[in-house]
Design a protein around this ligand. Structure first.
Ligand code: ADP
Length: 414
């Protein structure tokens, strides 16, 4: 089955066409025919594509809205120029959408019907920054491809539906949960599921006997404690703001700070929330950038004090969560790193693991340095009691597989 995977943001659209089916899933032979990303939708958009042969190209196109962007994608992936071999709309058999918030309702990926669309709409107040764009992506794909092409929603929250009550409830008056659904949902679920699945494949382990801590360290960052293939705790909460220090998000913070900052700085609460989401984290501490690459360069080349501080706080928070999740899991088999930072920054991985000798982590520095640019493997020593791995995340692959399974009526395993 040829699946078009779409991830629609406020002014961006990431896309990929993957070929998958039962045989491909069983043998790991799913193929990406083309992938790309459109930025600055609404003006002169920048489109970058990567064909299956590895060649890349960037161009601009005037795309006024998401619908125009989806039209462009469908025209492109069915053109000769894309190298996909697809020639018409009929060659796209299904569309898989990344949808951020599935609330408590969606515990699995699901075929998008009118009812499902309304339910996703109903979740907009829980994810005002994400769900509206995801919905627009769904509308656009339906308008461009028609009703006969099945569409599937794959939720960021779904993997965390297995969180036990004691992990997902905040210690606030219980009626607030009942009345307003205030609880921890967790995000990046497709990524944590992808990392865990791939790690099991690489190590030949089955779901049941595995306890691992997965770390998605990208622009957004989260940790997940996984036992028997299920998420039993995760660091993001009601929104993606909670937990680890991120590119521009503060992560954990005392809620009393919001009102204090608001009154001291003459801001409204929504403005403070924006500040915690968009001007905090690595950017906020360093005053320089949210990009870990640049921070490492500043720390090394210019010995910038605040760049160093940002890196230190970032690593400390991850280490703290690893400690917490070791307690949650009662020990673990492995810590698995992924995401732009997790996959490309050996120095950060080493610094996170530095204080973990007590837990049995010993790093092979040379192996750690080799694991960059999408390579996967172990970087702890043979004798390390707790293994440390890098396993690049592949959310699109999981979205494509889920889409296939849902359309084919096969139960999706985690
Ligand atoms: P997103 O969470 O938006 O998907 P990514 O997973 O692509 O983002 O991660 C982006 C982050 O990865 C950026 O903040 C960047 O600093 C970091 N990153 C990418 N390459 C490197 C590198 N070589 N060294 C350190 N950090 C890197």
């Amino acid at each position: 089955m040829n699946v078009l995977v779409l991830n629609a943001g406020s002014a961006t659209l990431k896309f990929q066409v993957l070929v998958t089916d039962d045989h491909a899933i069983a043998t790991d032979t799913d193929r990406a025919l083309v992938r790309g990303q459109i930025e600055r939708i609404g003006g002169e958009s920048v489109v970058s594509v990567r064909r299956a042969d590895g060649s890349t190209r960037t161009r601009t196109a005037p795309l006024r809205d998401l619908r125009a962007a989806v039209e462009w994608v469908v025209a492109f992936v069915t053109s000769e120029d894309s190298g996909t071999g697809l020639v018409s709309h009929a060659d796209l058999h299904a569309v898989g959408h990344r949808v951020v918030h599935g609330g408590e309702l969606f515990q699995d990926s699901v075929r998008i019907t009118e009812t499902v669309r309304h339910a996703i709409e109903g979740m907009i107040e829980l994810a005002p920054l994400h769900n509206p764009h995801n919905l627009r992506g769904i509308e656009a794909a339906r308008a461009v491809l028609g009703d006969s092409v099945p569409q599937v929603a794959v939720f960021d929250t779904a993997f965390h539906h297995s969180l036990p009550e004691h992990a997902y409830l905040y210690a606030i008056p219980y009626p607030l949960y009942r009345r307003h659904r205030v609880r921890r949902y967790g995000f990046h679920g497709t990524s944590h599921r992808s990392i865990a699945w791939r790690w099991r494949r690489l190590t030949g382990r089955t779901r049941d006997d595995v306890r691992i801590i997965t770390l998605h360290l990208g622009n957004g960052c989260s940790a997940c404690a996984i036992q028997g293939g299920q998420s039993i705790d995760t660091s993001m909460g009601f929104t993606p703001l909670e937990g680890l220090v991120m590119g521009t998000r503060s992560g954990d913070i005392d809620a009393a700070v919001l009102d204090y900052i608001a009154s001291k700085e003459g801001l409204t609460l929504p403005q403070v929330e924006l500040l915690l989401n968009q001007q905090s984290g690595l950017l906020g501490i360093s005053g320089l950038t949210n990009d870990m690459r640049d921070l490492l360069a500043e720390a090394h080349e210019h010995e910038d004090r605040r760049a160093r501080l940002a890196i230190e706080i970032f690593c400390y928070r991850v280490r703290k969560y690893i400690g917490a999740y070791l307690a949650v899991l009662g020990g673990a088999d492995a810590i698995v790193f992924a995401g732009g930072i997790g996959e490309n920054a050996p120095e950060i991985r080493a610094r996170i693991c530095e204080g973990l000798a007590w837990a049995g982590v010993t790093i092979d520095a040379a192996a750690n340095d080799r694991l960059i640019g999408g390579r996967e493997g172990r970087f702890s020593t043979e004798t390390s009691a707790l293994a440390a791995w890098v396993v690049p995340t592949d959310e699109e692959l999981l979205i494509a597989r889920d889409t296939y399974r849902v359309v084919a009526g096969i139960e999706p395993p985690n």
